[in-house]
Design a protein around this ligand. Structure first.
Ligand code: FES
Length: 103
């Protein structure tokens, strides 16, 4: 199901916003590498990824620094190899949409 989330202009360039969508905390990142939607929860110690530094299509967990690839959710670093959930995004008429399975 495609969900309209927010106008692209509402998210600063190289910035993030968190949305509650169908019971999930979803972090949307707007970067020069694209717009990404990821689970706002680190797979290491379940801290929020909100506030993490962005670099290209990567985000660094603000708690202990694990780096996640926002394209596929994969984790890089010694602390965890568990991926996080990512959802496909699309910008249609200036509005960010996220493709989510909704029960
Ligand atoms: S909670 Fe994210 S790296 Fe530890």
């Amino acid at each position: 199901m495609k969900i309209a989330v927010a106008p692209l202009a509402d998210i600063p360039e190289n910035g993030t916003c968190v949305f509650d969508l169908h019971g999930k905390s979803v972090l949307v990142a707007r970067t020069p590498a694209g717009v990404f939607a990821i689970e706002n929860r680190c797979s290491h110690a379940l801290q929020e990824l909100e506030g993490g530094k962005l670099k290209g299509f990567h985000i660094f967990c603000p708690a202990h620094g694990v780096r996640f690839d926002m394209r596929d959710g994969s984790a890089m670093g010694k602390l965890t190899k568990s991926p996080i959930t990512v959802w496909p995004t699309e910008v249609l008429d200036g509005v960010i949409h996220i493709e989510m399975d909704v029960a």
